[in-house]
Design a protein around this ligand. Structure first.
Ligand SMILES: [Cu+2]
Length: 171
């Protein structure tokens, strides 16, 4: 076999493990079944500690993940600012923004609510904010990847909403 794929190897290992488990289960049917009393006593013994173990796991998970919680921290608006103006059915965008440094998009609208959605060169949505009339939303970002970024409107804003796109370069 030249270069067996990791997927095939993973499948074969998982299939072998399942066969071992099924054989073990089949073996237990050879012996007479346990009495109901034996089963429930084991179950009750395990159940005593189970709630406390789950509670402890939840507390540990909370303690580990809470510092990464994004809410309640003011967004830093340091960096070069770029104005984005949405209107039916186009975006006024900077031609290019720098990579590897903090930038802030100051996003507003001339008419109705729009969505300002940024797609990276691989087509993945990486950030989005509302574009609202008479209001400026600040979207802080740092681009790690250079290239051509598409902007799509992400809020239905009228008859030609589906074609509302723009683009800028990250250099
Ligand atoms: Cu739209």
């Amino acid at each position: 076999m030249n270069g067996a794929s990791p997927v095939l190897i993973g499948f074969l290992v998982a299939a072998a493990a399942i066969l071992v488990v099924m054989a073990a289960v089949a073996r237990t049917t050879i012996e007479p079944p346990e009495t109901q009393a034996a089963v429930t006593s084991t179950g009750y013994r395990l159940r005593k500690g189970w709630l406390w173990a789950l509670g402890a796991a939840a507390v540990v998970a909370l303690a580990i993940s809470l510092p990464s919680f994004p809410y309640g921290k003011p967004a830093t608006l340091a960096g070069k600012h770029f104005t984005v103006i949405a209107s039916q059915y186009s975006f006024e965008l900077p031609q290019a923004v720098p990579a590897g440094t903090s930038v802030v998009f100051d996003v507003t609208s001339k008419d109705v609510n729009h969505g300002f959605g940024i797609y990276d060169p691989r087509g993945r949505l990486i950030a989005q904010v509302q574009a609202m009339p008479d209001y400026v939303n600040h979207l802080p970002l740092r681009f790690g990847v250079k290239g051509h970024y598409l902007v799509r409107c992400l809020e239905y804003c009228g008859i030609a909403h589906a074609g509302m796109q723009g683009a800028f370069e990250v250099r």
